[in-house]
Design a protein around this ligand. Structure first.
Ligand code: BTN
Length: 325
C-alpha cells in the first residue's frame, strides 16, 4: 500500500477525530513535509480534510468519484480491483486506453476508469454517451487461456456478472437483452464492448468495457437515445452510489470469471438464459436494415441467437437489434 493510501486509512480510522501531523509522520515513517504533501494531493482529489494548527488533520468526506483508493478499501477480491487501477478525469475511451496498456503488457485485472469519456465507443461503431460523474465507464484487461473462438463467452459472462451484481445490490428487476444490453423497465442502462487481440490461435489479451448509466438525470440523454436509454436514477427516481455498484460488480466479476475458468461456460450460459428470459419469445431482429421475425429457439455458447422463422426454419443471427413482439 502506498504512503498516501496508508495516510488516508489512518485518517478515516480516526472517525472524525483530529490526528496530529507528528503522530502521522511517526506512524507512517515519513517526514512532516511528506505528510503535508500527501494531504495536499488528497485535497486536490476532492477529499475534504480539515487542517488546524496544534490539532493536525481531521477527515470529513470522500469525493463522489471513482478513485483507486476508495475502490480498493476493504474490497474482498483477489484480482479485480487489486491490480493497477488507472483513473482519468476524462479520456477518449477507457477501452482504447486499456488496449494501449494491455499491448504494453498490463496484467490481467488491470482496470481503466474514467469520470467522463469524449469518444466512448459502443458496439457496431456506435458512440457511448459518457457525461461526467453520473455513470460508470470502466474497462478491464483479461488474459484467459482460451482459444479465440471461445472469446464471445467472455461477453456473455460479463453480462451475467454485471446483472447479478445489480440484482444483489439494488433488487431492481434488471434483465439481459440479447446480445449484451442490460435493461431496467425496458430501458437500456448498460452496455458491454469486448475487444480482442489474438496472435495465431491464442488470445494475447481481451479488453472488456462496461458503460453503466447510474445517476444520469432524466432528459439529459441525447435526443436519439431519449426513447431507449435510461439510468438507474431515471427508472427509480433515486440516486445510487457508483462506488458501491462498482465494488459489487468487481466481486461478482471475480466469481463469474472463476466459475468460467473452473467449470467451463455451460453454467454461465444457463444463468444468462435465466436472466435474459428470451428463449421462446417472439421477436423481430434488425440486422443491417433487414428485419427477421420469429420465435427464439436458443442462444448458443458463442452468443448466436437461433431464431425459428415463421416458415419453421432455424436461422442463426450473430449480431443485431432485438425487439420483443
Ligand atoms: C454497447 O452497448 O454498445 C456497448 C457500450 C460499451 C460502453 C463502454 S463505456 C466504457 C468502455 N469504453 C468504451 O469506449 N466503451 C466501453
Amino acid at each position: 500500500m502506498s504512503t498516501k493510501d496508508r495516510l488516508l486509512e489512518r485518517l478515516k480510522a480516526a472517525r472524525g477525530s483530529w490526528i496530529s501531523g507528528n503522530h502521522l509522520s511517526d506512524k507512517l515513517g515519513v517526514s512532516r513535509a511528506a505528510v503535508n504533501k500527501h494531504i495536499r494531493t488528497l485535497k486536490a482529489q476532492g477529499y475534504v480534510i480539515e487542517s488546524a494548527t496544534r490539532k493536525g488533520y481531521r477527515f470529513k468526506k470522500a469525493p463522489d468519484r471513482l478513485l483507486a483508493e476508495e475502490i480498493r478499501q476493504g474490497l474482498d477480491t483477489r484480482v479485480f480491483g487489486q491490480k493497477e487501477i488507472v483513473c482519468f478525469e476524462q479520456t477518449d475511451s477507457t477501452n482504447q486506453q486499456a488496449k494501449v496498456l494491455a499491448a504494453q503488457g498490463a496484467a490481467e485485472g488491470t482496470l481503466v476508469i474514467a469520470e467522463a469519456q469524449c469518444a466512448g465507443r459502443g458496439r457496431r461503431g456506435r458512440r457511448w454517451y459518457s457525461p461526467p460523474g453520473s455513470g460508470i465507464y470502466v474497462s478491464v484487461v483479461l488474459r484467459p487461456a482460451i482459444s479465440p473462438t471461445e472469446a464471445p463467452a467472455i461477453t456473455l459472462m460479463t453480462a451475467v456478472a454485471v446483472t447479478q451484481a445489480l440484482l444483489d445490490l439494488t433488487h431492481l428487476p434488471v434483465r439481459i437483452k440479447w446480445p449484451n444490453d442490460i435493461l431496467l423497465n425496458g430501458k437500456k442502462i448498460a452496455g458491454i464492448l469486448t475487444e480482442i487481440s489474438t496472435e495465431m490461435d491464442r488470445i494475447d489479451y481481451i479488453v472488456v468495457g462496461l458503460g453503466l448509466n447510474v445517476n444520469t438525470p432524466p432528459q439529459s440523454f441525447p435526443q436519439e437515445l431519449q426513447e431507449t436509454a435510461g439510468s438507474i436514477r431515471t427508472e427509480t427516481g433515486k440516486p445510487f452510489s457508483r462506488l458501491a455498484l462498482l465494488r459489487a460488480i468487481l466481486i461478482s466479476y471475480e466469481n463469474c470469471y472463476d466459475t468460467f475458468k473452473t467449470y467451463g461456460f455451460d453454467s454461465i450460459l444457463s444463468r444468462w438464459k435465466e436472466l435474459s428470459d428470451i428463449i421462446g419469445q417472439r421477436v423481430a431482429v434488425d440486422v443491417m436494415g433487414t428485419t427477421h421475425t420469429g420465435q427464439v429457439a436458443d442462444v448458443d455458447a458463442d452468443g448466436t441467437l437461433v431464431l425459428k422463422t415463421e416458415q419453421g426454419l432455424l436461422q442463426r443471427i450473430f449480431s443485431g437489434d432485438v425487439r420483443l413482439l
